[in-house]
Write a protein of this length. Structure first.
Length: 110
């Protein structure tokens, strides 16, 4: 899985595409955790994900916990209908700040 990291002002945007499952989670986790450990404001652009498994949810939960402990900000944006449904069923909608677009999330995080 290719993970892209860009910056808009003081906000780092992390994006990737495809399935976030047990096969791709190690690569994604490694890149995301490096960003979470060093950057004060992170937006995770989920628009490229068409599937998130429990392994993917675990990574997101771990990132959220690390951000909370380190007083960093983490927001998600661009949830596809399939991913939104997984977040709704799992209760993850209540755990994250979620925005429709990257620009909305970056504005909120700035």
């Amino acid at each position: 899985m290719e993970v892209n990291i860009t910056r808009q002002g003081n906000v780092v945007i992390v994006s990737a595409a495809g399935r976030l499952d047990s096969n791709s989670s190690a690569c994604f986790e490694e890149r995301l955790i490096k960003v979470v450990e060093t950057e004060p404001a992170i937006v995770l652009d989920m628009s490229g994900f068409n599937y998130v498994s429990s392994a993917g949810l675990r990574i997101l939960l771990m990132a959220a916990k690390k951000c909370k402990v380190a007083n960093r900000k983490l927001a998600l944006c661009g949830l596809t209908p399939e991913v939104h449904m997984v977040f709704d069923i799992s209760g993850f909608l209540a755990l994250f700040s979620i925005f429709a677009s990257t620009s909305e999330a970056v504005t909120a995080m700035s």
